[in-house]
Design a protein around this ligand. Sequence first.
Ligand code: CA
Length: 541
Amino acid sequence: MKTNSKEESKTYQEWFDLADSDGDGRISGNEATDFFALSNLSRSQLKHLWALSDTKRQGFLGFNEFVTAMQLVSLAQAGYELNSDILRTQVDKENVKPPVMEGLDALLEKTKSLAINAPKSPPEVNATAPPQKLLTKQWFSSKSSKKLPLNSVTSIIDGLKRLYIERLKPLEVAYQYNDFASPFLTNTDFDAKPMVMLLGQYSTGKTTFIKHLLRCDYPGAHVGPEPTTDRFVVVMSGPDERSIPGNTIAVDADMPFSGLTTFGGSFLSKFQCSQMPHPLLDEITFVDTPGVLSGEKQRTQRSYDFTGVVSWFAAKCDLILLLFDPHKLDISDEFKRVISSLRGNEDKIRVVLNKADQVDTQQLMRVYGALMWSLGKVLNTPEVVRVYIGSFNDKPMDEDFVGPLGLDLFEKEQSNLLADLIDIPKKACDRRINEFVKRARSAKIHAYIISHLKKEMPAIMGKAKAQQRLIDNLDEEFGKVQREFHLPAGDFPSVENFREVLSRYNIDKFEKLKPKMVQAVDDMLGYEIPELLKKFRNPYD
Ligand code: CA
């Protein structure tokens, strides 16, 4: 957030330093309750204020969020109600004066004189460094030492990273979860910006849609009636405009795309990253995709596992936009496969009926009905998917536009969709937590399956035969595991996939069940994650 003068931002910096009593560059919930008390606002006002300032649900305020908070204090003191509209409405934030903080000047004087009189302390090297002890042995240790020192983590995401390495990853390693289900997570997986993927048949306006949001071109963008976007393009923030080839980006340890190497060289040659400095890209990364083929006979043209790649991105994305052109609504076989590969991510899907200004009302209604009908068949989900009707191109909308439903509706739909996008960073943290919990459950089931298969192997004779029998009757074995541990059938992996990977392994070499490892994951799910969330919740809750 901008402040209106240098002087004000200096004031805010002084206040920030004072509020940040442990000097880690963030205002924690506890630090906030002390400092914001000087505002004399009510607890419920401060609760709203925190929710509005901690936009990314990090559980702390950085300097920019702190300035927002101070401006909100000021507005609240002037009698405005604190709700989510206040940051968007007409209130001229540039002219918001710093709030009245009771007794603050005296406090500032005091700290200044203290700073002058105090002997210079040596720099605290370890102040923000993570504690040294890596709890390697703790995976197997007794209950008493199981607690993670949560006071050393600085955000929810930070805490999840630690829990992953210390609790979940050991289980994944022991039972080859990375090979059967999903590659190990790296720090970049946790730190990556929220992602939005666009999917659609050729020339449904995916690239133009991104340009519409950015209000400019991005490096390497191709648009045209001909099938020109033949690659996956990640459009993300970067120091300057450039495009980086897929082979380079996939091996970059600072990028969250290393998992894509499993799709091979022919995919990587169709993968690219476009970087540019842009305020929207500071918040969100976009994934542009090749147009989905419209006829069955074109299927052989893909030299890589297209739906596999889509499914990989779908799991990482926070929102998936399915774009349709009302002129060509028939959902091709490839598009059906693509939509099926989104299974498990239904809640992220939004449908955009683009170019809707090019058809008349009757046509639009018919198209809408047909779309819902075919989507219902492919998506297998009882919930109704939100459909946005609009026309997202790089030209401003025609003033005397007389489309089927009128300019009003279009603008309303577009701003609703934009609001959905703006909400993403706020929801991304919740999404990370959900995905993490989902992964932990699935890794546990995976461990049960693998150790069960191992248990079914004979001690000495007939190993090859037994292995073949287990692979052939895998669904039966899944059923046994499900009943033994009372697990929901829907949480089990696909039998076909599992069988395929399993055939490359020697079941006899698998690990037996390690109850303590499973217990560590259970403790994480039952105590440590709830504790973590509690630590970084709204301090006024
Ligand atoms: Ca602090």
